[in-house]
Design a protein around this ligand. Structure first.
Ligand SMILES: NC(=O)C1=CN([C@@H]2O[C@H](COP(=O)(O)OP(=O)(O)OC[C@H]3O[C@@H](n4cnc5c(N)ncnc54)[C@H](O)[C@@H]3O)[C@@H](O)[C@H]2O)C=CC1
Ligand SMILES: O=C(O)C(=O)Cc1ccc(O)cc1
Length: 311
């Protein structure tokens, strides 16, 4: 991604919730000159103080209402379970013709929670950047987080195409590749690629921790790379991930059901000594990985696990 500064895509942008995703958006917007002024609001006084100290946002406001007043774009960057309440709080102060978007990891729930609160003269364009780290909070963000990563836009029926195109230009300016997707399809795809894998990582780390307590062995100390990745993923924000599972319940349970069936089949193959089954299965999964590499689609998380640089 070039550091070239372009014309602002929006005059005034308001970020609500100043954590990893919002702070990375701020630094990326500054890098690209994509917004005239960026205001920010966080619920806790401590987060607002940190934001002011590190220069996160041009203006940090003490209320969400103040932050969104006169904003052309309002970005909801709070945990998925809080999106509805935040939308309700800011609705009376939204400017006519403004666009509201979000960055939540789940889309159907956010659409259902936010839409009823928004006035008719405001556009709503849900979005989800497929980029993150296990770190959270205002100091975790960095300008390069979205470079060459996907951002999925999930416009609802009847959304003005100009509003979608403008948000697309913002995400592209922040370095992302943008695609559009239907909300239910998004939630199923993410359940497979992100939500269920996170739950599996949480579980494996929990199992290892239990084992360590029981045997007093050195499970964590001598863990190999794969397990270390699990511990990194399992360090992700508990509030955020609680909300993801509670709001993408059906798709996650569907994928976990399939996962459990396959796991039982593998368990049975191990118990009965069915080496052919195991070999066949691992051959199939290896071919999948090789196919991804050959297709040049291995954009595997270059930023994941990265410490946030100082702004
Ligand atoms: N962390 C990640 O890797 C990714 C997260 N997302 C989504 O982005 C959103 C924000 O995530 P992060 O920036 O990682 O979280 P974060 O924990 O770094 O920041 C969240 C912010 O929201 C505020 N907040 C929490 N509860 C609130 C409430 N009830 N009302 C108002 N503000 C509240 C927090 O004080 C904090 O300022 C979430 O919806 C998450 O699903 C999307 C892509 C990647
Ligand atoms: O889930 C992953 O695999 C990540 O690497 C980071 C991440 C977390 C949550 C999201 O909604 C999107 C990306």
């Amino acid at each position: 991604m070039s550091d070239a500064v372009s014309a602002p895509v929006y005059g005034r942008v308001a970020l609500i919730g100043l954590g990893l995703i919002a702070s990375s958006m701020f630094w990326a917007m500054k890098r690209g000159g994509l917004a005239g002024e960026v205001t920010g609001y966080a619920r806790s006084e401590a987060t607002r103080a940190t934001a002011r100290r590190i220069g996160l946002c041009d203006r940090v406001c003490d209320s969400a209402i103040d932050a969104v007043k006169d904003a052309d774009l309002v970005v909801l960057c709070v945990p998925v379970g809080a999106m509805g309440a935040v939308a309700q709080e800011i609705a009376p102060a939204l400017k006519a013709g403004a666009t509201v978007t979000d960055v939540g990891s789940v889309k159907r729930h956010v659409i259902e929670a936010v839409t009823p609160h928004l006035p008719q003269d405001v556009h709503f364009v849900p979005a989800h950047p497929l980029a993150g780290t296990e770190h959270s909070g205002p100091e975790a963000g960095f300008a390069e987080l979205y470079d060459n990563r996907w951002c999925l836009l999930v416009p609802v029926d009847g959304t003005a195409p100009e509003a979608v195109a403008q948000l697309r230009a913002l995400w592209e300016g922040m370095g992302a590749n943008v695609d559009e997707m239907d909300a239910d399809h998004h939630d199923l795809v993410l359940a497979v690629t992100s939500h269920a894998p996170h739950l599996i990582a949480y579980t494996m780390v929990g199992v290892a921790d239990d084992l360590r307590r029981v045997t007093d062995s050195e499970v964590i100390k001598y863990s190999a790379a794969g397990f270390r990745d699990f511990t990194r993923i399992a360090a992700s924000d508990p509030t955020m991930w609680r909300d993801v599972f509670l709001t993408n319940k059906d798709a996650t349970l569907e994928i976990l059901g399939r996962f459990t069936e396959e796991l039982f089949a593998l368990q049975r193959a191990i118990r009965t000594g069915d080496g052919a089954h195991l070999h066949e299965y691992f051959t199939r999964t290896r071919a999948i990985r090789r196919g991804i590499i050959e297709a040049g689609q291995d954009t595997a998380a270059p930023n994941f696990g990265r410490e946030a640089p100082k702004p």
